[in-house]
Write a protein that binds this ligand. Structure first.
Ligand SMILES: *Cc1c(COP(=O)(O)O)cnc(C)c1O
Length: 369
């Protein structure tokens, strides 16, 4: 039976967590497994990464499903909660919400007024320049004033913030954010600090603080926008975790001038042999992948030609014949994974690897090995 498979290498995942720990030996690690662990399957990934000190997800429902699946570690909610009652769930299930706005803090005060003995840990999320979620310096000041006058209120366990440009090492924004964060963390009580995502874990050792928050690097993918930056620094070798695979479902010989696929956008420059692979944007392969995007078959890199359709792509098989390899229907085709970085496919599709990984659809069978 024909199936598109995403094979997940759990040993590679664990290796990448070890790389994080080597890079940030003084910090605890909260492994970021939001968005179904970047498409890798949240429960299996959480179980494989049980050497993490905690996990982080974006949303409450992701955290609830992890608890249902028997994951017991502390869980950070990076967006915090959405309505006051959600704090009851946080307390019950040991979720650690971020508080990124005054409304969430007001709800917290109301919650503690009604539940005086509740043991609920929370973090404050500070806006140091990303200007997405987070408390401004002024709002932080308001909260600190309230905390000072209400000694019964539980203090935040830590402060976190997020880099806007960590994937561009040379951006001056990084230093500005780091300085502001360091300054805002100087408060009258003890707080733990967390700032670094994958790019900062690799590039900015002075941003590691008490907790690092790796996401994409756990999945063996470079966080850097510019490939040169990745090799410019002493980068430990990450191992790709996901291999996306399908099969050759047809081979056809076409004549010079025959055009292929929707829009007839790509026409044969000579007589040639074309392969049809059973994968398309209905599986999550990017529709915007350009002709020339590499695909691997029998270990040989061959180019995509013509538009990506919902269930199929077409590839130029000439390079195989040049190496005296005769492709056959049923041959395995690798779309990304070991030897074919998803970063390269992303570049060819005007997107980032994060999106390609998250975009894998229900039709793809995830297999763990
Ligand atoms: C997603 C996310 C991370 C992980 O980022 P990567 O670039 O994947 O390492 C860390 N912190 C926050 C707040 C996030 O939203």
């Amino acid at each position: 039976m024909h199936q598109v498979k995403a094979r997940i290498n759990l040993a590679a995942l664990k290796h990448n967590l070890d790389v994080v720990k080597e890079l940030a030996p003084q910090s605890r690690v909260v492994s970021v497994i939001k968005a179904n662990a970047y498409g890798h399957g949240i429960t299996a990934v959480a179980k494989a990464l049980n050497n993490s000190d905690a996990f982080a997800v974006a949303r409450l429902d992701e955290a609830l499903s992890l608890r249902e699946q028997g994951v017991t570690k502390a869980l950070f909610l990076l967006e915090g909660i959405y309505e006051q009652d959600d704090y009851t769930l946080c307390s019950k299930y040991n979720f650690i919400p971020a508080i990124h706005c005054l409304q969430q803090f007001q709800w917290l005060q109301d919650y503690f007024n009604k539940n005086k003995l509740s043991r609920l840990s929370y973090w404050l999320k500070l806006d140091t320049g990303m200007h997405r979620l987070g408390l401004s310096a002024e709002q932080l000041h308001q909260i600190l004033t309230i905390l000072e006058s209400h000694s019964e209120l539980v203090r935040p366990e830590g402060f976190m913030s997020h880099f806007a440009c960590a994937d561009e090492m040379v951006s001056p924004v990084n230093k500005q954010q780091l300085e502001l964060f360091t300054r805002l963390c100087k408060v009258s009580f003890k707080v733990q600090r967390s700032m670094a995502n994958s790019a900062a874990i690799i590039a900015f050792a002075d941003s590691h603080f008490d907790w690092v928050r790796p996401g994409i690097m756990l999945y063996g993918v470079s966080p850097f926008a510019v490939e040169a930056e990745l090799s410019a620094i002493q980068h430990p070798v990450l191992q790709p975790v996901m291999t996306l695979e399908s099969e050759l479902i047809a081979i056809k010989t076409l004549n010079k001038g025959d055009c292929i696929g929707y829009g007839a956008t790509w026409c044969c420059p000579e007589d040639m042999t074309i392969g049809v692979v059973g994968i398309g944007y209905g599986d999550g392969y990017p529709r915007h992948a350009r002709s020339g995007t590499p695909v691997s078959i029998q270990g040989v890199s061959v180019p995509l030609v013509g538009r990506v359709s919902m269930d199929m792509i077409t590839i130029d098989l000439q390079a195989l014949y040049q190496q005296s390899i005769t492709p056959m229907i049923g041959d395995k085709v690798t779309l990304w994974g070991k030897g074919l970085p998803v970063e390269r496919v992303a570049q060819q599709s005007d997107t980032i690897a994060y999106e390609l990984l998250c975009q894998i659809t229900q039709r793809v069978t995830i297999e763990y090995e």
